[in-house]
Design a protein around this ligand. Structure first.
Ligand SMILES: Cc1cc2nc3c(=O)[nH]c(=O)nc-3n(C[C@H](O)[C@H](O)[C@H](O)COP(=O)(O)O)c2cc1C
Length: 176
């Protein structure tokens, strides 16, 4: 069964790391289907029923995005607000269409990992910052999994640093 990787990046052409990850995953089309939200909906209008039908076909779903202002890019929030409807995602007998599906976040992060600790500069871990995702996916009875994050791109965007992330992300996806 393939994994659906939903990518939310408002400027993928100028992306370094998310673009590199997509390039890598595209080498294994038998394992991954990539769904670039901003490219599918350039005018921002989401086809809710198409998204629901797409998601229903997969038992493993990744939401991949860069961390923006300690959160997801806004199009993902819009997607959640619109696609997770009453009667489909929750709230009726026939609902809970995400029930049991494995779901995880995969994030690229500008700041260093040691800043995202309870003793670090920002006092919050990424797991704490992403608690609303955990709550949302738990609420709709999905099987929410630990996140993948690759840190430090703002300080080090060298080719070497970017390439180091590729096997880490692939290993994460392999065991997902
Ligand atoms: C609008 C904006 C907000 C950002 N906010 C954060 C942030 O809150 N914390 C952080 O660690 N990095 C932050 N960054 C850095 C991005 O996470 C980083 O540039 C991105 O992960 C790189 O991915 P890309 O090469 O695919 O664009 C921000 C970047 C932008 C453009």
């Amino acid at each position: 069964m393939k994994t659906l990787v939903i990518v939310i990046h408002p400027d993928i052409r100028n992306s370094i790391i998310n673009k590199r990850w997509i390039e890598e995953l595209n080498k294994s089309p038998e394992k991954y289907d990539i769904h670039l939200l901003h490219e599918v909906y350039p005018n921002g209008k989401i086809d809710v029923s198409a998204e629901q039908k797409l998601v229903e076909q997969y038992s493993k779903i990744i939401f991949q995005f860069p961390l923006y202002w300690f959160n997801c890019p806004p199009f993902l929030k819009k997607w959640l607000d619109e696609v997770l409807t009453y009667g489909w995602a929750y709230g009726s007998k026939s609902g809970y269409k995400l029930s049991g599906k494995k779901i995880a976040l995969a994030m690229s992060v500008g700041i260093d990992e040691n800043e995202y600790t309870q003793t670090g500069k920002y006092n919050y871990t990424l797991e704490q910052l992403t608690a609303p995702f955990e709550l949302t996916f738990t609420y709709v009875k999905a099987d929410y999994q630990p996140l993948f994050a690759y840190y430090g791109i703002e300080l080090n965007s060298s080719r070497e640093w970017i390439e180091r992330s590729v096997p880490l992300y692939k290993n994460f996806l392999k065991s997902f």
